[in-house]
Ligand binder design. Structure first.
Ligand SMILES: [Mn+2]
Length: 366
């Protein structure tokens, strides 16, 4: 009996002192502690299938498919560091009048996909299998639908494994693509004596591969385009892959409402859409830390406004890519990257969970 009393006593002491310690030392300032995105709960989701959630960040630290400056493998860490001023108590999105961190959804940071920097063929196999695994899970609030991910790149080619896995669930996707570049170039637009299969997949050709693999619908939009071109034939090739182009200059020549209207006219709002943001859509003044800068881009406030105006779209997956912190100054690029991720999370949570009638899983369900 006395042993039992002692046990109860010791449990009480542990619990009481524990909560005392929690009260004393449990609140960190925003610049303290280990960085997870927006101080969210963190799990290495790939190896913890019992942890359920509705929306998650997933880092994809891969950058060996770039055609110019490398370094985006450090993007997920930089974005997490730059997101530290976001947290539940200050997570109210004033443009959306909504706090995605204090709502129906469980939003977590899923850590990174371990991708090899040594072998691109293997890296894409790893990323394909990782996204299939992550999307085979069920969301916390509705077991009929998978959770949704905002991928933190990584170079832009990391979009491909994400939409390959999504296509198995939702069928072909509409793509809303914010970028200075088309990313629909066929590999023969990079002329070289040297040929290989791995050479065919780069951060400038993954949308061409996506079209060839039947991952996309006919309702796709590029916004912010101002790329270097071989000639008008690049646009004709892009047309043949079912893309509408909104030029960077349209934001001031025709106005933000024109950009919004074009997007919403092209993409039906109740069909599955993937939203991808290459941070080089912004002007190099706002994104020095990226791989392939193009002068004359959008301002962050313009991009955030457009993202908010299209939040009725059914976003089943998204990404923020091409943050390369080695070229960044004073966290300018990564702060914009973190804000873009916040806007995307806001849109996903605000719209509510995915309509289960859109889901046709062809992969294993846990
Ligand atoms: Mn891109």
């Amino acid at each position: 009996m006395w042993k039992f009393v002692l046990l109860i006593f010791s449990i009480c002491v542990t619990v009481c002192c524990g909560s005392d310690l929690q009260e004393k030392w449990g609140s960190l300032w925003q610049f303290q502690g280990v960085s997870t995105f927006a101080h969210l709960d963190h799990f290495q989701c790939l190896v913890e299938p019992n942890q359920t959630f509705d929306v998650a960040l997933i880092g994809v630290p891969f950058d060996t498919a770039v055609s110019y400056r490398p370094g985006a493998r450090f993007g997920p860490r930089a974005i997490r560091d730059a997101s530290q001023r976001q947290y539940g108590l200050r997570g109210f999105n004033h443009r959306a009048l909504f706090n995605p961190y204090k709502s129906w959804a469980r939003v977590v940071d899923c850590g990174d996909i371990p991708v090899t920097p040594m072998d691109n063929h293997l890296a894409f196999t790893q990323m394909d299998l990782a996204f299939e695994e992550l999307l085979s899970r069920s969301s916390s609030n509705d077991t009929r639908v998978p959770p949704r991910f905002v991928a933190l790149g990584g170079d832009h080619s990391v979009l491909l494994p994400h939409i390959r896995a999504l296509k198995k669930i939702y069928g072909p996707l509409n793509i809303l693509h914010f970028d200075a570049h088309l990313d629909t170039w066929s590999p023969d637009k990079y002329p070289s004596y040297w040929k290989s299969d791995q050479n065919d997949l780069s951060h400038g050709s993954m949308l061409w591969v996506a079209n060839k693999e039947g991952l996309t619908t006919k309702n796709n939009v590029h916004a912010g385009i101002r790329t270097k071109l071989a000639g008008i034939e690049d646009y004709q090739d892009d047309d043949s892959q079912n893309w509408l182009r909104i030029e960077a200059d349209d934001i001031w020549l025709k106005g933000p409402q024109y950009v919004v209207d074009q997007i919403l006219k092209t993409i039906p709002k109740d069909t599955p859409t993937y939203l991808s943001v290459d941070v080089d859509v912004l002007d190099p003044g706002f994104t020095p830390g990226t791989g392939t800068q193009e002068a004359g881009g959008w301002m962050p406030r313009e991009l955030f406004h457009i993202l908010r105006q299209v939040d009725e779209l059914t976003i089943v997956g998204a990404d923020v890519v091409e943050v390369a912190p080695a070229y960044d100054i004073a966290e300018i690029t990564s702060t914009n990257g973190a804000q873009i991720a916040f806007e995307l999370i806001t849109s996903m949570v605000k719209k509510g969970n995915i309509d289960s009638s859109l889901v046709d899983r062809k992969v294993q369900v846990y």
